[in-house]
Design a protein around this ligand. Structure first.
Ligand SMILES: CCC/C=C/C(=O)SCCNC(=O)CCNC(=O)[C@H](O)C(C)(C)COP(=O)([O-])OP(=O)([O-])OC[C@H]1O[C@@H](n2cnc3c(N)ncnc32)[C@H](O)[C@@H]1OP(=O)([O-])[O-]
Ligand SMILES: NC(=O)C1=CN([C@@H]2O[C@H](COP(=O)(O)OP(=O)(O)OC[C@H]3O[C@@H](n4cnc5c(N)ncnc54)[C@H](OP(=O)(O)O)[C@@H]3O)[C@@H](O)[C@H]2O)C=CC1
Length: 283
């Protein structure tokens, strides 16, 4: 098995000796996070439901990676995932709660079972993994960092309303856990990811895929390795100082309502009107 190529941006050995568990680490953003963590010197355990996907990613990363199969929605599986990481390495410094997702649907068409499915994965699964990591590994060791992956924009992502609501819950939990577990030496942060170029986008309807990059002021999708860099930064000592915060990584997508000037504001020449000044005597 090979050793991972060193990080392109972080000091060699930044995370030497650390052990990270990345849920959903076999694909997309999770794979990029696991790859960068390994490049910074960490041992990484990647978890998910599909063995073949995990094995392929572990083979790409090299000797620093190991796999554990399981479903974070299942209590026994979740416990086994955390325990396998502990048994293998004797410690757990970082949990990346990356496994998550939703299906694209207008808000008014979300069935109760669909709403529950999205919450069961994103809120319940994330909570279960965080609590197990704290109880079984981080609190006994008196240290640890948890990174929760959530979703930007924050003003309600049309077509993913159930997921926007679920990720808002996770961001609120992030702040609460950061306070609750600070005395145990545990930091909790969230990354609100914007729109990233991963294979997961293939499942969305064609008009969504075709238009998604144009909804980002940067006019391009995020690259998975950029997300990996942020995860590694938050795993570094700086991440501890950021406990309780949500870092948005979205090319300015958050709170962006379209290009300037909006067509409804311009006159026939495309100019934006300027407010009249008050008369000099009243200034
Ligand atoms: C655009 C850029 C932004 C990208 C952001 C990303 O996150 S990219 C990353 C993206 N990556 C991911 O999203 C990966 C993870 N995502 C998943 O595993 C699934 O999307 C999940 C979260 C729904 C969980 O699945 P599960 O196995 O628990 O669910 P299940 O199959 O058993 O269904 C339960 C109920 O949900 C409903 N329903 C479900 N699908 C549809 C649909 N297409 N249509 C309509 N409804 C649907 C339905 O009500 C169903 O009940 P029914 O009708 O059977 O009585
Ligand atoms: N790509 C993007 O633009 C954005 C992504 N995100 C979020 O980032 C995260 C990663 O996204 P991305 O890599 O693009 O998408 P993927 O669909 O590739 O990632 C989801 C990962 O989670 C795993 N997973 C799903 N359900 C479970 C489960 N019940 N138990 C264990 N593992 C599970 C999947 O593996 P398996 O199916 O084998 O279990 C997969 O590896 C997700 O939370 C996503 O919602 C947020 C904003 C934007």
């Amino acid at each position: 098995m090979s050793t991972p190529a060193p990080s392109r941006i972080f000091a060699p050995g930044l995370l030497d000796g650390q052990v990270a568990l990345v849920t959903g680490g076999g694909t997309g953003l999770g794979r990029a996070a696991a790859t960068e963590l390994a490049a910074c010197g960490a041992q990484v355990v990647i978890a998910g439901r599909r063995a073949e996907v995990l094995e392929a990613t572990a083979a790409r990363i090299g000797a620093a990676a190991s796999v554990v199969c399981g479903d974070i929605r299942d209590e026994d599986d979740a416990r086994r995932i955390v325990d396998t990481a502990l048994e293998h390495h004797g410690r757990l410094d970082l949990l990346v709660n990356n496994a998550g997702g939703q299906y694209f649907v207008p808000a008014e068409a979300i069935a109760t079972r669909g709403w529950q499915a999205v919450f069961r994965l994103n809120v319940d699964g994330t909570t279960r993994m965080a609590e197990l990591a704290v109880e079984r590994a981080m609190r006994p060791a008196g240290r640890g960092t948890i990174v929760n992956v959530t979703l930007s924009p924050h003003h309600g992502l049309a077509g993913m309303t159930h997921s926007s609501a679920a990720r808002a819950a996770v961001e609120s939990l992030t702040a609460a856990w950061a306070r609750q577990w600070a005395a145990d030496g545990i930091a909790v942060v969230a990354i609100a990811a914007g729109h990233f170029q991963t294979d997961a986008l293939d499942k969305y309807p064609e008009p969504v895929r075709a238009g998604v990059a144009r909804t980002v002021p940067l006019q391009r999708l995020g690259q998975p390795h950029e997300h990996g860099w942020l995860v590694a930064l938050l795993a570094s000592p700086l991440g501890r100082a950021m406990s309780g915060t949500v870092v948005t990584l979205d090319g300015a997508r958050d709170n962006w309502f379209g290009p300037w000037p909006p067509p409804t504001l311009t006159d026939g020449d495309g100019d934006v009107p300027t407010e009249e000044r008050r008369p000099a005597a009243t200034r």
